[in-house]
Design a protein around this ligand. Structure first.
Ligand SMILES: Cc1cc2nc3c(=O)[nH]c(=O)nc-3n(C[C@H](O)[C@H](O)[C@H](O)COP(=O)(O)OP(=O)(O)OC[C@H]3O[C@@H](n4cnc5c(N)ncnc54)[C@H](O)[C@@H]3O)c2cc1C
Length: 420
């Protein structure tokens, strides 16, 4: 904490959102030596928990919901963090530095972090239709447990990361699974075409009835049957549907406070919003991309965690600009994929190993610079590449493809790349 930070032992820092971004921020404030008041507020009834297992072990029934808890229950009191669950913030007055709660009470703050995450996008055709589910919270997974069992028929609309994982888990549960995806392939938003093919094969080999390029026009629930009709007039029937077509960042508090938004809450490299004293981090934050330029909003666990920590330090006066590279993983049909950087931005792809054998690393270049990678069964190479992507060096494809190349050493190519 520096004198210039403007916060001291008499200050209050409020954190809205008890997801990984908010909780990490609250704990980082304490670990960084902040001795003032920390109030951590979330509208979910549960203690802070991890979302990634929801579409995997928790849905499958191999992990109890209680085991998703992020921290031991006494963590918050031990760190003198006032945890308020089941508490909705209905407004933030950025000028008066005051939170208004849904019950009409208020809280004055000196700094506030908005770590409000997002909600599953609503498919207009599915609005109000029975038998249609989304998956974001523990309550959602509990509702799905009520309808999924061996032999039940599940329709998954959207084959992004969450839809694909739900489809894979439901197959593990011996459900009959049909996936309808609007794009030409699953995971199109996050992976280059060459790699999405691996997933098409993986889904089909695991018994998923995968349909791509499908425009769902109508969803009807009659009796206990659900029917989705696509633009070609084909009807796909099921007992239930999971709609997983993306995330809407929860920007409403920022918008009502007059803070700049646009696909998320706009922040600078210190997570500061357009309003003094107000910060944002995690899935909701739209921040500068130090490798590709422009801005981005990332919806991955490790980013939300790293951003929460970085935002907390920034609130205490740390001026180190945030420059982390996205990192995520996905478990589907017994195969774990790791992704770093921005492989979807690839102009060319260098593949080490054998995609068909699900043992490979694919390295994405843009303008000759390494900007991302995706791999199966090669976590060490992916970890090395995360550091490489941060430096985004120029590298020849022949060098990247050579099994003798130590990938970690490529990060130092930046010097050669920038000076040439
Ligand atoms: C099913 C599922 C599986 C996933 N799997 C993976 C994976 O394998 N790998 C990976 O990298 N990522 C995965 N993710 C993504 C990852 O979990 C998210 O990126 C991360 O949890 C985002 O954390 P966050 O703190 O930014 O937001 P959130 O976890 O969404 O937390 C925001 C919190 O703020 C609360 N809130 C919002 N508005 C208010 C308000 N006005 N008042 C009070 N509280 C409010 C919300 O209710 C919520 O509890 C998965 C996500 C889901 C849903």
């Amino acid at each position: 904490m520096t004198a210039a930070s403007g916060v001291d032992a008499a200050s209050t820092i409020a954190v809205v959102g008890t997801g990984v971004a908010g909780t990490t921020a609250a704990l980082t404030l304490r670990n960084a030596g902040f001795t003032g008041r920390v109030v951590l507020i979330g509208d979910e009834p549960d203690e802070p928990y991890r979302r990634p297992p929801l579409s995997k072990d928790v849905l499958r029934g191999t992990m109890s919901p209680g085991r998703t808890r992020l921290r031991a229950p006494d963590t918050w009191s031990q760190h003198s963090i006032e945890l308020r669950t089941d508490t909705r913030v209905s407004g933030v007055d950025a000028e008066a530095r005051r939170i208004i709660f849904a019950d009409g009470t208020g809280l004055d703050f000196d700094r506030i972090l908005l770590a409000t995450g997002g909600l599953p996008k609503v498919l207009p055709q599915a609005r109000g239709v029975g038998g249609v589910y989304t998956l974001r919270t523990l309550a959602d997974v509990s509702a799905l447990h009520g309808v999924l069992a061996a032999g039940s028929r599940l329709l998954v609309i959207g084959a992004g990361l969450i839809g694909s994982e739900v489809a894979a888990t439901a197959r593990d549960m011996d459900c009959a699974v049909t996936v309808l995806e609007a794009q030409p392939a699953p995971l199109s938003r996050v992976l280059p075409r060459e790699i999405t093919r691996v997933y098409e094969e993986l889904h089909r080999a695991s018994g998923v009835d995968l349909h791509t390029g499908v425009d769902v026009r109508e969803l009807i629930h009659e009796g206990d049957q659900l029917a989705a009709t696509d633009a070609g007039g084909r009807v796909h029937s099921a007992d239930a549907a999971v709609v997983a077509v993306g995330l809407d960042p929860r920007t409403e508090l920022a918008e009502h406070a007059g803070i700049a938004t646009g696909d998320g809450i706009i922040v600078d490299e210190h997570f500061a919003t357009s309003a003094p004293g107000v910060y944002a981090a995690g899935d909701v934050a739209n921040h500068p991309n130090h490798v590709l330029g422009g801005r981005q909003r990332v919806e991955h666990w490790l980013n939300a965690q790293e951003q929460g920590a970085a935002a907390a330090r920034a609130m205490l006066g740390d001026r180190t600009p945030y420059s982390c590279v996205p990192w995520s993983w996905s478990d589907q049909h017994g195969v774990t994929m790791h992704v770093c950087g921005w492989p979807e931005a690839a102009e060319d792809l260098t593949v080490r190993g054998e995609p068909g054998a699900r043992d490979f690393t694919a390295i994405a270049r843009r303008h000759g610079r390494v900007v991302g990678a995706v791999g199966m069964n090669r976590p060490a190479e992916l970890r090395a590449l995360r550091k490489v992507v941060s430096a985004a060096p120029h590298a020849e494809q022949a060098v990247l493809a050579d099994p003798a190349t130590e990938l970690a050493s490529l990060a130092s190519l930046e010097v050669a790349g920038t000076s040439s």
